[in-house]
Design a protein around this ligand. Structure first.
Ligand code: PLP
Length: 416
């Protein structure tokens, strides 16, 4: 027998074997099997955006601006292609790395907007987040060091932790011109021993976008030290100063230690379809093929048929979406710019969000819950994206302009 303390209050006697067994816990004096996930998983942060959305489910008439998705369904041509392929019987397993037709279409698309990229470097994945997970699983061992630029969509920081990586964050800084990177701070953080650097640009939530000059410096540093560079490019087409944001794919060679993760979710409004892709060196493809097999095996054929049409026929839909987001951004700035306690910074150059500071706010999560209850407006708390922005709120502006208008007026009324 041995004694075990449970919290501060109870000391009990239980068989030594159970006491020392990590799969048992002592609950109210009895040994109980430990039914929790392994400690590393239990320690992951809860997704605060979901926390706000879940609590809002029981509140009537809330205008939701918390998730990053358009209010419009997927463009009709894409839906029609998916439906036709489904009805045509495209319901079987497909090749692990994607249908050759989609890989070829994607290579052609990427070669049009970046540099020539062959289909042998492209893998189709079951979403952008799946592409990131595959990339991390391919590169990161337990104990490895990974550098992430923050604030950022929380998954980028948590995924490496699932694999046991140690994460170093490099914070962007908020000033009168908006969010900016201290390039020398990032270069310093990319030091010998670092396995990978993860950068999301245009960035969710801030809209901060890497310049070409910054990309060149970062790529040179990664090349010098043999560090893997993982670019999360899911917002590259939601860019307000051209048809595509500057991307590392404009610079990298096929032999660079580089993975570009991307998605059909945002630009083609396909969040519910779960399809994305990754571009990587050809030598990494066989390993990633195994990982795709062991994670999701393949993407359904009818979804890939729809994705082909997105790439071939839907440039006008992408442009219309960018126009709508840009015009919503203008409206939000006009409205919130006139409110004393709000600091907006310069409008984001890309993405689908406004990320702004409320003077005197200390707990953005509590404030978002209060907004839901009292103003019927659903925003995402800044604290969901890292420790840099507890006094910030994120507003998804890929919304219906009329709902945005109503949301803004409820929000301003609440603040005043
Ligand atoms: C920065 C970033 N990367 C990746 C994703 C993943 O997109 P999906 O998994 O829908 O393809 C998101 C989704 O919000 C995101 O904001």
């Amino acid at each position: 027998m041995c004694c075990k303390r449970v919290g501060a209050r109870l000391i009990v006697s239980v068989p030594v074997a159970l006491c020392q067994n990590p799969h048992f816990r002592i609950i109210s004096g009895s040994p109980m099997p430990n039914l929790e996930c392994r400690p590393r998983i239990e320690a992951l942060r809860n997704q605060q955006i979901r926390e706000v959305a879940n609590m809002a489910m029981s509140v009537k008439d809330v205008l939701p601006f918390w998730f990053g998705e358009s209010h419009r369904p997927t463009p009709e041509a894409i839906r029609a292609a998916g439906a036709a392929a489904l009805m045509g019987g495209a319901t079987f397993y497909t090749p692990t790395l994607g249908l050759p037709a989609l890989r070829a279409e994607l290579a052609a698309y990427l070669s049009r907007i970046h540099r020539p990229i062959g289909p042998e470097r492209v893998a189709i994945t079951s979403s952008g987040v799946s592409a990131l997970m595959i990339a991390m699983q391919a590169l990161v061992e337990s104990g490895d060091r990974v550098v992430v630029v923050t604030p950022v969509w929380p998954n980028l920081v948590e995924i490496p932790k699932i694999l046991g990586a140690r994460v170093t964050t490099v914070p962007l800084h908020f000033g009168t011109t908006g969010w900016a990177l201290d390039l020398s701070q990032l270069v310093d953080a990319i030091r010998p021993g670092v396995t990978a650097v993860l950068i999301n640009s245009p960035n969710n939530p801030t809209g901060w976008t890497l310049s070409r000059a910054e990309q060149e410096v970062i790529l040179a540093r990664c090349r010098e030290l043999g560090v893997w560079l993982i670019a999360d490019d899911v917002y590259e087409r939601l860019y307000f100063q051209g048809s595509c944001a500057p991307s590392f794919l404009d610079l990298v060679e096929p032999t660079d230690r580089f993975i570009g993760a991307n998605s059909f979710s945002k630009a083609w409004r396909m969040t519910g379809w779960r399809v994305g892709w990754a571009v990587m060196p050809e030598a990494l493809i066989p390993g990633c093929s195994k990982l795709i097999e062991y994670n999701t095996s393949c993407v359904p054929g009818f979804i890939q048929a729809a994705a082909c049409v997105a790439l071939k026929d839907c440039e006008a839909d992408v442009a219309a979406m960018v126009d709508e987001v840009r015009s919503n951004q203008q409206r939000l700035y006009d409205c919130l710019g006139a409110v004393d306690r709000i600091e907006l910074g310069s409008p984001a150059r890309g993405g689908m969000y406004a990320f702004f500071r409320i003077e005197g706010l200390s707990n953005s999560l509590d404030f978002c819950k209060q907004l839901v209850r009292e103003a019927r407006v659903g925003l995402a708390p800044g604290s969901a994206f890292g420790d840099e922005a507890p006094e910030f709120l994120r507003w998804c502006i890929a919304s219906d302009p009329a709902k945005l208008e109503e949301g803004l007026s409820r929000f301003v009324r609440h603040l005043s």
